[in-house]
Every structure is written in C-alpha cells, then in structure tokens.
Design a binder for this molecule. Structure first.
Ligand code: 13P
Length: 332
C-alpha cells in the first residue's frame, strides 16, 4: 500500500498534472479521421509518440494515461512506450475499463464494464510497466437521470476496480464523470456531482480502498453546454471546491478532466481553483484540452511533428503555470 501512496504522491506532485492520451481505438480513429489522418494503428502510434516525446514534457506532466494498444506499441526506435516515457521521467498509466455499456434495467443509462478478469489484466499491465490505471464512469444529466441505480452500480464498479488496482500495487485514477451535455445550470451539476461522489465514497470505504493511494478525477462543476451563459472561473472554482470539500484530507489528490471545455477555459477554471486552500492538490488530467491543439497542428504531416509538440507544450505549460499558483493565490 505504501507503494501506491508513493506513486499517487508523484502523480499529483506540485506543479504537475497528468496527460490523458488513452482514447480507445475507435475514438482515436475518429479523431484522426476528422483531422484528415488515416486511422491506422501506425498513425495512432506515431501520434502518441509525438505527444509522449514532446521535449521537456516532464516539467509539468507527471504521468501519461495510455490505452491497451499503445502500451503494447513501441517508439520508432523500438523502445516500448512504458519504458520510453519512464526514461523521460514520466509515469506510464493504462486505461483498464472496457467502456460504458447499456445498463440492464436502466434504459438510456450506462454502467462501465471491465471487471471480469481485471486482476490478471492488471498483473500483465504491471509487467508491461504501468504504475497507475484509469476507470471512467459516465453520468448524464436529464430530467430522469442519473438514477440512483446507475449511480450505485457505477460507484460499486469504480470501488471494485480501485481495490483490485491497489492489491496489484497500481494506483487507481477514479473517474466519475458527470457530463456537461444538457441545459441545466451549474447548481444541478453540483447536486448530481455531490450525490455521485457521496455514493463513491461509501463504496470505496466498504471495499477498504486507501484514499491516500488513489487520484480522484472528477468533472469540474459546470453549467450544461446548452444552458446559455458560461459560469465564470471564480464561479466554477467556488462551486467545484464546495463539492470536493466532502472528501477526507487523506485523499492523495484531485486531477480534473476537461470534459469538452475549450483548452483556455479549462486552464482558467483550473487556475481559479488554486485560490482555495484544500487538503489535497487540485491539478489537471486533461485529454482534449491538452491534445486537441496538437492534433490540429500536426494533422498527420511528418514535417509538422515539432509544431504538434509545441502546441501540446503550450497547453501543458499554461496548466503547469496555473497549478504552480497554488500557495501563492490561496486566500480561503
Ligand atoms: P477530457 O479531458 O477530454 O474530458 O478527457 C479526459 C479523460 O481521460 C476522459 O476519460
């Protein structure tokens, strides 16, 4: 367990966040195709190598989350991804859920799957070099959802995953994502996010998960994308931290997902969070808000690898600078 605590502390070390580059083969293929790149395994590999080898990435990135495909691939010089990023001072991680699937009994809702055979898969991923893992549960806000059944089923699965990871000596990133689809205001998102987190804490406790050996990856509390008025960074920070206050002090850290926000908004909101004194660091584990500019700049052109890396590094530096304001900005 001490090993998990040490790894978790490194993942949320001062001034650093986590790069989420673990899109499934299907999602990554779609993003490549949308950028005009042929969605082959080799192009997915080239793109992930571009991200992982951006010069100086480790200054503000503690770890990278990969998917199964990438963890089995190598850099162009033959070094496996996990060994390659480790040499660059970055912790390799692996997404282990198998996706949000229709939840029997709850029409229109999902439960994230991947528990079958998980201990054996974790052992193999540890062999391949992964030191942390990720599992994402998804909740959609509508008039009827998320239901208590979906909240409880997903919270239980997240806890079973987290317990299995800790038994394998792998730090679980625990990701309960309340989506920003919808026309609700941020108060509704706060209430749903609070309910989801409360259920999650209860399930984690029942399975004796050590909070000092997990990283919580929540959504920021935002209005729905169809609401009409964007909450300010100060408003987002205030309401998000109010929800997180329910987590005990021993939680290793919080690393937010970006959830479809523009890269600039995600960074501004993250920076505003730093004004609050919290017992745990508040950092980033963004996917799209870090990699979208890089994919757009590169778009498959071998001549533009360096431009893609610069676009990634720009976002990484902005978010690193935001979290380094912790301590300087804290007033509450
Ligand atoms: P976004 O930051 O693009 O929401 O993705 C983060 C992630 O890892 C989703 O599981």
């Amino acid at each position: 367990m001490t090993k998990c605590r040490q790894t978790a502390a490194r993942m949320v070390a001062y001034g650093k966040g986590i790069l989420a580059a673990d899109e499934s083969v299907a999602t990554m293929s779609k993003r490549l195709a949308d950028a005009g790149v042929e969605p082959t395994a080799e192009n997915r590999r080239i793109y992930r190598e571009l991200l992982a080898t951006a010069p100086g990435l480790s200054e503000s990135v503690s770890g990278i989350i990969f998917c199964d495909e990438t963890l089995r691939q190598t850099f162009s010089d033959g070094t496996p991804f996990a060994a390659g990023v480790s040499e660059l001072g970055i912790l390799p991680g692996i997404k282990v859920d198998t996706g949000a699937k229709p939840c029997p009994g709850l029409p229109g809702e999902t439960v994230t799957e991947g528990l079958d055979g998980l201990p054996a898969r974790l052992a193999e991923y540890a062999e391949l070099g992964a030191v942390f893992a990720k599992w994402r549960a998804v909740f959609k806000i509508t008039a009827e959802t998320p239901s208590r059944g979906a909240i409880r089923a997903n919270a239980n699965a997240l806890a079973r995953y987290a317990a299995a990871c800790q038994e394998a000596g792998i730090v679980p990133i625990v990701e309960p994502e309340v989506l920003s689809d919808g026309e609700h205001n941020r108060g509704v998102c706060r209430d749903v996010t609070s309910e989801v987190h409360a259920a999650l804490r209860a399930e984690l406790a029942l399975l004796n998960v050590d909070l000092a050996g997990i990283v919580l990856k929540p959504n920021m509390v935002l209005e729905g994308q169809g609401y009409g008025r964007e909450s300010s960074p100060a408003e987002v920070a205030e309401i998000t931290v109010s929800v997180l206050r329910a987590w005990p002090d021993d939680l290793a850290g919080v690393a937010f997902l970006s959830g479809g926000q523009s890269p600039e908004r995600a960074t501004a909101n993250l920076e505003a969070m730093q004004t609050y004194a919290t017992p745990w660091p508040l950092t980033f584990s963004f996917g799209r808000a870090l990699v979208s500019p890089a994919l757009a700049a590169w778009h498959g052109d071998p001549e533009l690898v360096s431009a893609g890396q610069q676009a990634l590094l720009e976002r990484v530096a902005a978010n690193g600078a935001a979290v380094r304001q912790r301590g300087e900005l804290q007033s509450v």
